[in-house]
Design a protein. Structure first.
Length: 334
């Protein structure tokens, strides 16, 4: 098949590109490198079925050509990460909503199949877990910038479902829960790579808040397999699916597990949210997905354990700290 991945130089996009290439697909990516990076795809550049464009999906002419060329579009381009969302709310809203509008509008002309990557953030402040795809969404006030991301991704979902209902564009929505693995950056607030890098360098491992907030972490290799399964399954069209693990862990416990697995002398310390982000910052206390719907469709769900996930990130970050990492990693991948 011919595959288009928007945001393909990002963490998840680059792993998805690898998986598609391994099974023989032609892969086209477009990425403006605002949160992605060339290091994520450098090892793919020599592959005969890999084509990349360093540009924005707001370049409608180029994006239209790519949409026309490909059979399936994975729309992963988005503003991501709590820190980026808090610091750049205008960019967050415009990037997410405008980009999705462009992709869906172009896909509608040829009724190309589109998978929209959404987020568990859309569940907002719900305190009843696990989260089901048909649950009500509970967002915070508009004066708290954190919720602009959740709202913008909810609009993306409404747009995708509207294009299916009104224009018969075959769309499917994947709500991702805390995907982690090698190549993820901690620059925008992602907790696992930040904890691992702090542990390996002997710095304090910084937990925001009291650490009682909990998350469920999923390895990127599990996520991309499920994304491909959703994008290609005829019964997934017009539906929303959670993608995540239901293995819940508190952030405080996560910090101590990283410390132990990395055999680190680092101390675990707590920092108030106001110091880490901004005054009045609100967090989701629990994020646990109900994954029965995707398991019922595809027959499987994420299987990588939390310790295996952490070991993979620790091994990657250790190698990354060695001289000549970029060269050796690319050579190994090729």
């Amino acid at each position: 098949m011919k595959i288009l991945i928007t945001g393909g130089a990002g963490f998840i996009g680059s792993h998805l590109a690898e998986q598609c290439l391994e099974r023989g697909d032609e892969v086209y990516i477009i990425d403006d490198l605002s949160t992605g990076g060339m290091d994520n795809i450098r090892h793919l550049k020599r592959h005969p079925k890999f084509v990349y464009y360093l540009d924005s999906i707001n370049n409608v002419q180029l994006t239209a050509e790519l949409v026309d060329t490909c059979d399936i579009i994975y729309h992963l381009a988005a503003a991501v990460g709590v820190r980026l969302i808090v610091e750049s709310p205008v960019n967050t809203i415009e990037t997410n909503v405008r980009g999705t509008e462009i992709v869906l509008g172009l896909a509608a002309k040829k009724r190309k199949r589109v998978l929209i990557a959404s987020t568990s953030e859309v569940y907002g402040k719900r305190d009843h877990v696990p989260f089901r795809e048909d649950d009500d969404l509970v967002l915070g006030p508009t004066v708290i910038g954190r919720w602009s991301y959740a709202c913008s991704k909810a609009i993306d979902e409404f747009l995708a479902l509207a294009y299916w209902k009104e224009k018969r564009v075959p769309t499917v929505i994947a709500r991702l829960f805390n995907t982690v693995g090698p190549r993820q950056t901690g620059r925008y607030g992602m907790v696992v790579p930040n904890f691992v890098r702090q542990a390996l360098s002997g710095q304090d491992i910084t937990v925001f808040g009291d650490g009682h907030q909990s998350r469920c972490f999923t390895h990127v290799s599990d996520v991309v397999q499920l994304l491909i399964g959703l994008a290609e399954h005829p019964d997934a069209v017009g539906q929303v699916y959670n993608i995540g693990s239901n293995q819940e862990v508190s952030i405080q416990e996560l910090a101590y597990r990283v410390k132990a697995l990395a055999e680190s002398p680092s101390k675990v310390i707590n920092i108030p949210y106001e110091q880490a982000y901004e005054e009045g910052f609100e967090d989701m206390m629990r994020r646990v997905p109900d994954i029965s719907k995707i398991r019922g469709l595809l027959g499987h769900a994420p299987k990588t354990s939390l310790d295996e996930i952490l070991y993979s990130v620790i091994a990657y970050e250790r190698e990354r700290m060695t001289p000549g990492f970029a060269v050796s990693a690319a050579a190994h991948a090729l």
